[in-house]
Design a binder for this molecule. Structure first.
Ligand SMILES: NC(=O)c1ccc[n+]([C@@H]2O[C@H](COP(=O)([O-])OP(=O)(O)OC[C@H]3O[C@@H](n4cnc5c(N)ncnc54)[C@H](O)[C@@H]3O)[C@@H](O)[C@H]2O)c1
Length: 337
């Protein structure tokens, strides 16, 4: 994690935090960072959507940290409240960061119920926990996919987002609405973070960076959708962690606060340039299979982040030129290549 002393100074305060999805990609990095000065109770059901060994290996690293406690549980589980209440009585929780979700756009065509369960019922249960344990700050993961086919770029939080092109996006938009309602009704300060294509070490095996790297190294053809005419705002994991910590530390003046922020790199990269960067770092030119656009896919993403800069002190500064080599280094070490 590339946080210097100067950066960390403003990001850390002693808190007791519930973080869901702790064995996941973003949850792992966020927990690791927050545990430097805060107590984190991590929750994850370790489901098998992708390689469980990768989740367990992340968890193994987290369990080495003295400020980390782990509860293996589904976030929908109604008994979770009781377990957390017990821990809350010892020292009150200051904040919930709900990152657990069924991620991935394409998988939502195969298993729609898992999205409604984890993303909507899961978020509802975590909000109910915040309500009954009187935890005042609720930070949750939304996604750039809520912008669907919006034509106006960059994507701004001021735009309407009511035309999702996948069920995944629809569930993320729903969590934003449910959070708005809970913030107003139950006096919870909620912050929604729309992440834009996050990549980096310990990344997800179902995402482009991982898939391309793996296939190129195995000398297999890579599938490129919309014939390569795609653009993405790729955001390096350390920048995302800083954004989440910005939301933890943000001084909220009002009551019943709910605001949504984009966490993206504020730079839209051509997919073909992204692939070329991976190829250059691996020293291998890939064999390419150009295909049409897939249902659910968005052609271009690009985050407008002025509000995130202002409120969350979010200043992403890691380009794909710097971030891709870090991912590849991790990949080769992790898989002992
Ligand atoms: N990675 C990205 O580019 C990206 C982009 C936009 C939004 N997001 C959102 O950010 C969050 C974290 O994403 P990630 O990339 O770390 O994904 P991930 O799949 O690596 O992490 C999610 C974790 O949550 C756990 N989980 C899933 N459903 C659960 C449930 N019902 N109960 C308990 N645990 C459960 C999983 O086991 C997993 O470890 C998700 O909400 C995702 O939708 C991610």
């Amino acid at each position: 994690m590339s946080f210097g002393k100067k950066n960390t100074k403003n990001l850390l305060i002693d808190m007791k935090i519930i973080l869901t999805g702790a064995a996941g990609f973003i949850g792992f990095h966020t927990t690791k960072f927050l545990c430097r000065k805060n107590i984190v109770v991590g929750i994850d059901n370790l489901n098998n959507y992708y390689d469980v060994k990768l989740k367990k290996n992340r968890l193994k690293k987290l369990k080495e940290l003295k400020n980390f406690k782990f509860i293996q549980s589904d976030i929908q589980d109604l008994k979770l409240k009781k377990k957390l209440n017990y821990l809350n009585e010892q020292k009150k929780f200051n904040c919930i960061i709900n990152l657990a979700a069924q991620a991935g756009v394409r998988h939502s065509f195969k298993d729609p119920y898992s999205y409604i369960n984890s993303n909507i019922l899961g978020q509802l249960n975590m909000l109910e926990i915040a309500k009954s344990l009187k935890i005042k700050r609720f930070i949750y993961a939304s996604s750039s996919s809520v912008y669907g086919g919006n034509k106006q770029l960059p994507f701004s939080v001021k735009q309407r987002v009511d035309q999702p092109v996948s069920l995944y996006a629809a569930t993320k938009k729903s969590t934003e609405l449910i959070s708005e309602c809970y913030a107003k009704l139950y006096d919870i300060n909620a912050i929604g973070l729309r992440f834009f294509t996050v990549y980096g070490p310990w990344g997800r095996p179902d995402m482009a960076t991982y898939i391309f790297t793996k296939k190129i190294l195995e000398k297999k053809k890579i599938d490129i959708y919309n014939h390569g005419r795609m653009k993405r705002d790729f955001t390096y994991i350390d920048d995302i962690v800083k954004g989440i910590c910005g939301a933890v530390n943000f001084k909220i003046e009002k009551k019943k606060f709910h605001k949504i922020y984009n966490l993206g790199n504020n730079k839209s990269e051509k997919l073909m340039d992204f692939i070329e960067t991976i190829e250059n770092n691996l020293g291998i030119i890939s064999d390419k299979n150009f295909l049409p656009l897939q249902p659910g896919d968005v052609k271009e993403t690009y985050a407008e982040i002025s509000e995130s800069r202002k409120d969350l002190n979010f200043h992403p500064n890691i380009s794909i030129k710097d971030g891709i080599p870090k991912f590849i280094k991790w990949y080769k070490e992790y898989y002992k290549l």
